[in-house]
Design a binder for this molecule. Structure first.
Ligand code: HSE
Length: 404
């Protein structure tokens, strides 16, 4: 029997207990032995809930129990999770976590400790909820040299943008709807400002390219400035707006960005709607692959955590995760990244198009019947720096969105 401790009885923690209880027989068969939750660490008590008999309030109880072989960290946030996880790994215990803040900030260090102590630090649930992506990057795609990993990594913002598109809602109304459905937190900043997706692409690109991508070095723009007018224009031009996190190789450098982008019907991310997530990977032998599914929520996330527990149980004395080097990936300056740009401008298409084309060169223009005082266009490809220089010549630009 393998004894495990779960740190945190919140949404994911209670999901982990539910998954282990519901699928006990099949999980034990796959692990090769019985998995038993001995402790659940939480500050709160749960009177009347059967979990109460496993609740402990002091981490020392877990740290001092030699029977505990696997620690599941689902508390979220960097501290005290980091201290608990580091201590667990240093004592040779495996750790399985869903905590993207922890992995993005301390991943290389914690993986190195796991390797030194011949145990495992596993974090499948930190990116894409229930979608398998960490394990494929770590083991299934090792024959390839990857040059892109990108995707829709945040369910809340994808829901908000899909809602704005399907019924013409404003950002504020769609956010309120997402909060009422329990997708968005009361403080939605980490989702809508792109910080959550930023941490996830930092993890995925570090694994895909083997060198550390510091989330603080990633250009990050959220969706708070996207308006119902932008969505109308996107529709006229045949696009949808998605919050996409990208890490892509350009010659011998990489760029990484999180920002809203326009995607057309040919793009595999076009059909990824509502709370779903998708991660697109391109390899030199594989070509394209996309991993799609439930990117958030209690059960999908807990399912990924428990799959890591099974993996840890099967590999108790050897490390299965590849190390990611603490040496930083060579990131290019975002000002040198090339895109086409969608621009929404005040004015009249017939009156102002000549001036627009005298600055931007030939563009793809469109008028939108509902927006009589505005028009929009898509530029040819240019660097961010070139775009900024040209855009500075106009005082009438209402918004610009990159085109994928
Ligand atoms: N807030 C995240 C999302 C939860 O909406 O995708 C999963 O990490």
């Amino acid at each position: 029997m393998i004894q495990i401790a779960v740190l945190g009885y919140g949404t994911v923690g209670s999901g982990v207990v539910e998954v282990i209880e519901t699928n006990q027989e099949s999980i034990n068969k796959k692990a090769g032995q019985e998995i038993n939750i001995k402790y659940v660490l939480d500050l709160r008590d749960f009177p009347g809930n059967p979990i109460q008999e496993k609740i402990v309030h002091d981490y020392e109880v877990i740290a001092n129990d030699p029977e505990i072989q696997i620690v599941v960290e689902v508390m979220g946030g960097v501290e005290p999770a980091y201290t608990f996880v580091k201590r667990a790994l240093e004592s040779g215990r495996c750790v399985c976590t869903s905590n993207k803040e922890l992995v993005a900030k301390h991943g290389p260090e914690l993986m190195a400790i796991a390797q030194e102590k011949h145990c495992n630090f596993l974090f499948e649930a930190s990116c894409g909820g229930g979608i398998p992506i960490i394990r494929p990057l770590n083991s299934s795609l090792t024959a390839d040299v990857l040059d892109e990993v990108s995707g829709i990594l945040n369910g809340t913002t994808n829901y908000i943008l899909s809602k704005m598109e399907s019924d013409g809602s404003s950002f504020e109304a769609a956010l309120k709807d997402a909060q009422e459905r329990g997708y968005a937190e009361r403080n939605p900043e980490a989702d809508v400002e792109g910080y959550d997706a930023c941490r996830k692409i930092a993890i995925l690109s570090s694994l895909a390219f083997g060198h550390h991508v510091d989330y603080e070095d990633i250009y990050t723009e959220g969706i708070t400035k996207i308006t119902a007018s932008d969505i109308k224009c996107a529709k006229v031009l045949g696009y949808r707006i998605k919050l996409v996190a990208t890490c892509k190789q350009v010659k011998d450098q990489y760029y990484t960005m999180v920002c809203p982008v326009m995607v057309d019907g040919e793009d595999p991310l076009y059909g990824v709607n509502d709370v779903f997530n998708a991660i697109f990977v391109h390899g030199n032998m594989l070509g394209d692959a996309m991993f799609y599914g439930s990117g958030a929520g209690k059960r999908p996330t807990a399912s990924a955590v428990v799959a890591d527990v099974v993996d840890a149980a099967k590999h108790l004395n050897c490390t299965v995760m590849q190390k990611w080097s603490s040496q930083k990936l060579n990131l290019m300056d975002v000002s040198q990244v090339t895109h086409r740009y969608f621009v929404r401008m005040e004015g009249s298409l017939t009156r102002d198009i000549d001036q627009v084309e005298s600055v931007f060169g030939q563009v793809r223009p469109a008028g939108v019947p509902d927006l009589s005082q505005e028009f929009c266009f898509v530029t040819k490809p240019m660097t961010e720096k070139e775009y900024e220089e040209k855009a500075a010549k106009f005082g009438t630009i209402l918004n610009r969105i990159r085109v994928r």
